[in-house]
Write a new protein. Structure first.
Length: 256
């Protein structure tokens, strides 16, 4: 379904106060994100036909966790900014990224962590970023050995690019776990430091990533790539202080 950006003036920018007033009018009380519980268990992580950093394929056991059905949206992040006066993301006032149901973009890894900490404080739950292993298990939706959450083939509408637009969340079918946009939309920050050869030494039980590093892991596709969907095993990374218009995040919780 299409969605419509608000009319704008001032050289194509919407003033923050106007959007905040609109969101407050829509009852911007803090609510718990819609979460899906992924039961403990093992899965095959990685891909033998992908990049070298996806090898070797190895079996990983992951404890139970709950993950948000959707990435954090502009509406969600506005509540955080309103409550904390946290620094604005790079493209916050760009009308291309201001629909309330679009993923929030251009957040640094540190901003994503700050959001999870704030959400934990105001809800009494403990939210965090997913580990890389949790994110891949969730992306696969209960299927094993397939390239994408739906199978091995790209859909016909797989073309993206900088001249396209970022879709609102939840417009396409969810995966087998009921999670949306696990292969497209925006890259999603993970908790782990990135090491291209980590799989060779990764523990079998709840891997947390390397102890040190210069970059953080990201998973998921990108609206501005020529192919906007990515495989479940595909790994990417970025320095945690960088901001790009195709980087966002979603929250998880540990389930006891």
């Amino acid at each position: 379904m299409p969605f419509h950006l608000p009319r704008v003036g001032d050289g194509g920018r919407v003033k923050r106060g106007w959007m905040r007033a609109r969101l407050e009018k829509e009852h911007m009380s803090i609510i718990h994100p819609e979460m899906v519980t992924i039961l403990e268990g093992d899965f095959l992580m990685g891909c033998d036909t992908g990049g070298e950093n996806e090898m070797p394929v190895h079996r990983v056991w992951v404890g139970a966790f709950a993950i948000a059905k959707h990435v954090v949206t502009y509406r969600d992040y506005d509540a955080f900014l309103t409550a904390t006066n946290h620094v604005l993301p790079l493209h916050w006032n760009d009308s291309k990224f201001q629909h309330p149901n679009q993923p929030v973009v251009a957040v640094r890894w540190f901003d994503a962590v700050a959001y999870c900490d704030w959400l934990s404080e105001v809800t009494g739950e403990v939210y965090r970023l997913p580990t890389e292993a949790e994110r891949e298990k969730a992306s696969r939706g209960g299927l094993e050995g397939l390239a994408y959450p739906w199978g091995d083939d790209l859909p016909t509408d797989h073309h993206g690019g900088r001249d396209t637009s970022l879709d609102a969340v939840g417009l396409y079918e969810p995966n087998g776990y009921g999670l949306y946009d696990m292969s497209g939309g925006v890259h999603e920050w993970c908790a782990d430091y990135y090491d291209p050869s980590y799989y060779a030494i990764s523990p079998e039980h709840n891997p947390q990533g390397p102890e040190f590093g210069e970059r953080r892991v990201a998973r998921g596709g990108s609206w501005r790539h020529n192919v906007r969907y990515t495989r479940c095993a595909a790994r990417s990374s970025l320095a945690p202080d960088k901001q790009f218009s195709d980087f966002g995040f979603r929250c998880v919780m540990t389930v006891q």
